[in-house]
Ligand binder design. Sequence first.
Ligand SMILES: C[S@@+](CC[C@H](N)C(=O)[O-])C[C@H]1O[C@@H](n2cnc3c(N)ncnc32)[C@H](O)[C@@H]1O
Length: 281
Amino acid sequence: MEQSDRIDVRRPNVARMYDCYLGGKDNYAADREAAEKVIAATPQTPAIARANRAFLRRAVRYMAADAGIDQFIDIGCGLPTQGNVHQVAQDVRGDARVAYADNDPVVLAHARALLADDQNSIAVEGDLARPGELLDDPRLRALIDLDRPVGLLLISVAHCISDDAVLADAMAALRAALAPGSHVALSHINLPPSSDKRSVALQGNRVYADMHVNTVMTFRDREQLTGLLDGLDMLEPGLVDLPDWRPELDAPHPAPIPLPGGQDYARGFYLCGVARKGDVR
Ligand SMILES: C[S@@+](CC[C@H](N)C(=O)[O-])C[C@H]1O[C@@H](n2cnc3c(N)ncnc32)[C@H](O)[C@@H]1O
């Protein structure tokens, strides 16, 4: 199938809606309409998206600077934005290699354009639900040595898989494929404990189904997310709200794009953490 046949600009798309939340320009009218409806129902969304990107940057900085990781796989990488993984990692280690993967052809087209001049970064088509195929991609294998520690980024993507069994199998396969010393960073939507916030979160989430977005989102709780990282050693401070994961690792960043919707971060809507694969396989 030609790539253009698979791009439907009339249907809202989760990657392009996320780009709207971050104040990006790589989106179409259908994406903006759906994103505006989500923001109307859950005004915290843009601030959460920005906090999610900040967690990503801190996790990458930690892995590159403190854990000595020089190769990364970013599954569900999304459209390029400020502070992409290769930029953060190469800021710490100039030789860092990054394989971006996404199942969305629009994302891949943008990522490839961004990476055209970067010898150490690639973008491959891949589905988190089919990790075997993704990890077997010859371009990925030429860049990433799976016999050495990898930084695996699963940032705001696992909730795009609604089938718990499919996700559990995918996570088990990824954990098994990683070399000891590898790290996995995960962020995922969570239903807030307070009933007010819960209903706000559910209303925003309902928009994805009502507007026939290409992907729906599935909430998972702390226990389920802990299960996804089973067999790995969870690093301190564990699974926490986005701004609470090692805030001291924040570095000065390009001037933020003004946010649509609410400006303030609201706790409870997300959980994130980083876990390490121990030395025994
Ligand atoms: C909300 S965006 C997150 C982007 C980025 N990881 C971040 O957190 O800033 C979710 C991304 O995951 C991608 N995605 C959704 N389901 C996927 C799957 N099963 N496999 C790979 N990518 C997926 C979407 O195309 C989109 O680019």
